[in-house]
Design a protein around this ligand. Structure first.
Ligand SMILES: [Mn+2]
Length: 318
């Protein structure tokens, strides 16, 4: 493969001098940082110490207010809520995050992952019919939905509302859902555009926590799923994704959930887990469930609370 080298400009001497003094590093390192857009003490601090305090306000995302108020209405009225995700790693980690978090506060909740071979990618008519037959009136779609205009219109005829959490580029028309969360919407002013599908689901939960006055701590214990989604979906590890990945790796290394621990053991990760271990070890194993059998097994593995159960489920996915 032919490589095309893109050379970065050498920064101005006075900028190198001022950054190297501000953070007490040598000129070569300061030049490398400036070439990566880090010019000040504050920017360097945020780069070296990625902090959850620097996450963006979730309410900057278009439709977030509508999404939270529909979700709260559903919970107040004890409606049946379906968490619907795609069958790849981003989809199954998103479903584990949203289903796993909400189930701590709300019981009338189930999840659904379409069958890769029978239903294909995205929202399926089969899935909507299943939701209708089982009395669901709200579907939260994760990592899919932005292009499912017909399916979402069909659901609406059956009295089922949608909250879409997607990160794919929308077409010319948006689906007629109650709320369409997607930073790539042309009219969305959210400052960071490269979130994974799981990242958009995380923003919805972050907004819900603010609205209901819930502590962030429980939500942050789910950050391992964000790190796995970001690494496996190959979205850039910049900005907010870098904070989520850094903190997610910490959760994976310090207090992994049983399902992740089981996958780490099977992948032979003995030392500190890195992004490479996720991309080549954990991610493919989570993906395998959807290819060999059904991706719902990956969610069962990731939500397992008991280590013996998780070890057994992971053996199956081997
Ligand atoms: Mn995705």
């Amino acid at each position: 493969m032919e490589k095309r080298w893109v050379f970065k400009h050498v920064p101005q001497a006075q900028n190198i001098e001022s950054l190297s003094q501000a953070i007490n590093i040598n000129a070569s390192l300061a030049a490398l940082l400036i070439q990566r857009g880090i010019n000040t003490f504050e920017e360097a601090r945020d780069f070296f110490r990625p902090s959850l305090e620097n996450l963006h306000d979730p309410y900057l995302m278009k439709d977030m207010d509508k999404a939270v108020s529909r979700l709260c209405e559903a919970m107040d009225n004890e409606e049946k809520i379906l968490v619907y995700g795609d069958y790849d790693v981003d989809g199954t980690t998103s479903v584990t995050l949203v289903y796993g978090f909400l189930s701590n506060y709300y019981e009338n909740l189930e999840f659904y992952i379409p069958d890769r071979y029978k239903e294909g990618y995205g929202i399926s008519k089969t899935g909507i019919d299943w939701a209708h037959e089982n009395g669901f009136s709200l579907i939260i779609s994760l990592d899919c939905g932005i292009k499912s205009l017909n399916e979402i219109a069909y659901a609406s005829e059956l009295g089922i509302d949608f909250i879409i959490c997607d990160h794919h580029k929308p077409g010319d028309t948006l689906p007629a859902a109650c709320a369409v969360l997607d930073p790539k919407r042309a009219d969305c002013n959210y400052p960071y555009k490269e979130l994974s599908g799981c990242g958009v689901g995380f923003k919805l939960l972050q907004a819900l926590c603010i609205d209901l006055g819930l502590e962030d701590e429980l939500l942050f214990s789910f950050l391992d799923l964000l790190a796995v989604s970001i690494a496996s979906d190959i979205v850039p590890i910049t900005g907010e994704n870098r904070i989520l990945t850094y903190q997610g790796l910490k959760v994976l290394n310090e207090s992994p959930r049983p399902g992740m621990k089981a996958l780490m053991d099977i992948s032979g990760v003995s030392k500190e887990l890195t992004i490479n271990n996720i991309v080549f070890g954990l991610g493919p194993r989570i993906n395998a469930a959807g290819r060999i059998a059904h991706a719902k097994h990956a969610v069962h593995l990731l939500i397992a609370k008991d280590q013996d159960e998780a070890d057994l489920l992971a053996e199956k996915d081997k």
